[in-house]
Design a binder for this molecule. Structure first.
Ligand SMILES: [Zn+2]
Length: 244
């Protein structure tokens, strides 16, 4: 039996903006590098491995994104993920994310503009970093690391979560797949997946609003050898310890 708290239940205030245009245009399409989520970070995979799988995923995130108090083993002088937060704009809305994954969001937005024209969708609310954990059972939500984003929680629900999310009419009607239970176009899911995000709609939680960056943040942009000049990697320099 799951004891999970819904991802968005204790969400930080949803942030909206009237900003007419995104400021994410800095990433040219040629600079974006496609990648898949890393298997050992996918919840459905590491939970099958028992406690060790969860601990490994936590330690990677600790080293890559910062020390969320009480979880993982930080290096000396480690800072929390909140120290690396950046306010960015995605699809016209402000959202606070870890600065390492902001370029990946820009790549997703480009992909949506390129591929999802036949299913226009304008989000009204986004939620990014969260300052307290909303998972139980020793897991940590990726919102705590600033690497997860919820898109329109009211319209894209979580049928595997607790009330009120699993009470939504969309959870009760017949549907072939989770894609049929949300307002967001399926095309958006594929755009996120192309650049290292994992959609929690695939998980038993069926959290259709939720994407988390599980790729390698050092591979969001193509290297100089691949595509010519690119921006410097937004490396946070979280601590002095080595990476796995
Ligand atoms: Zn979420």
């Amino acid at each position: 039996m799951t004891t999970k708290v819904p991802e968005a239940l204790a969400s930080a205030a949803l942030e909206t903006s009237d900003a007419a245009a995104s400021t994410l245009a800095s990433a040219s399409s040629s600079a974006c590098s496609e990648q898949s989520p890393q298997d050992f970070l996918v919840r459905g995979h590491f939970l099958k491995e028992g406690p060790g799988g969860n601990l490994r995923a936590i330690q990677y995130r600790t080293e890559e994104y910062g020390y969320f108090k009480g979880f993982g083993h930080p290096g000396s002088g480690a800072l929390p993920p909140s120290a690396f937060v950046e306010d960015t704009v995605f699809m016209g809305l402000h959202v606070k994310m870890h600065r390492k994954v902001v370029p990946a969001l820009a790549c997703v937005e480009e992909e949506i503009a390129r591929s999802c024209g036949e299913a226009p969708y304008r989000p009204h609310a986004l939620a990014g970093i969260r300052y307290r954990n909303t998972y139980r059972g020793g897991e940590v939500t990726n919102h705590a690391y600033g690497i997860a984003i919820d898109v329109d929680p009211a319209q894209n629900t979580c049928c595997g979560c607790v009330k009120p999310w699993n009470d939504a009419p969309a959870c009760k009607r017949p549907a072939k797949t989770e894609y049929d239970r949300m307002a967001m176009p399926e095309c958006w899911v594929h755009a996120f997946e192309r650049y290292g995000f994992y959609w929690l709609g695939h998980d038993v939680l069926r959290d259709t609003m939720h994407f988390e960056f599980l790729g390698d943040p050092d591979k969001i942009r193509r290297s100089a050898a691949d595509s010519g000049p690119v921006s410097p990697a937004p490396d946070g320099g979280i601590h002095g310890g080595g990476r796995r």
